[in-house]
Design a binder for this molecule. Sequence first.
Ligand code: UDP
Ligand code: MG
Length: 322
Amino acid sequence: MTRLAVVVPCYNEAAVLPDTARRLLTVLADLRARGKADEGSALYFVDDGSSDGTWQIVEALAAKERRVQGIKLSRNCGHQNALLAGLFSASGDAVITIDADLQDDPEAISGMLDAYHGGADVVYGVRRCRTADSFFKRFSAEGYYWLLERLGVEIIFNHADFRLLSRRAIDALKGYDERNIFLRGVVPRLGFNSAMVHYDRTERPAGETKYPLGKMVAFALEGVTSFSAAPLRAITLVGFVVSLLSFAGGLWALWERLVNHEGVPGWASTLVPMFFLGGVQLLSLGVIGEYVAKTYIESKRRPRYVVEGQIGSGFGGSGDKF
Ligand code: UDP
Ligand code: MG
């Protein structure tokens, strides 16, 4: 029988946590009753440096129910690192990661486990529709998936971080040692047999999103720069085209001056390309800067997260490599 761990990253989720725990414990009890998951199956909450008493709630839940376990990170390390902390410390044959706000449907867990029993090492939770999201979020998400696909990044459409990973897949994931990990791009690279389970994403019942616009943009950039050097190549291409155009423009100016004996007309034709080129150059420097910064951050090899405390058995407890 399968020992299942359900990892729930939580950053200031006190408002939803008791409900979430109740729902997920019901799902686990049901899976046990149906013989799909074994007695040791548990919930693993990862407190990602919350300041609203999230950890106290986890402790209180754990005192009442031994199937509630958790780790507390020493500060806010970010969603992706909180997921890694849970994946690497929870023990189980299979680990499912799910958001604390229950926007991902816990009922889909049973289907994920079926796919795992059917031989899949990776099971993706895929949103059937995105009507619960705002127009902006839907529109930007569609555009983003399109862009990633164009850049050759393998990514599952409408899949976020609701997924099942087998022990084998988690071990393979340990080889991806980058500091700023983008799991949606890394997991499809692991290979193995995979499957998809569709579900409807609902609205956040309480609390507010931990992904405001700025964080969302940073996360989106991370996805591009972690997997593709295409923006760097695009700069070369733009540089090439612009140089070619300026060369043609130069020839034309010479022709006007020497053959037609006309002065090069007005300052607009001088200033416009100057500003344009200035813009292109700054943008290019910015893009190169992104990659340089990334190399710098990776080269420091700082820990991705630090574990401050834990509840329950089954943890490696060592956190990440130092
Ligand atoms: N989260 C986290 N650390 C962070 C930000 C978010 O652990 O720094 C967790 C959060 O508690 C939630 C999940 O990541 O369980 C997804 O966040 P949220 O629901 O706010 O994102 P959205 O659904 O709005 O994209
Ligand atoms: Mg959410």
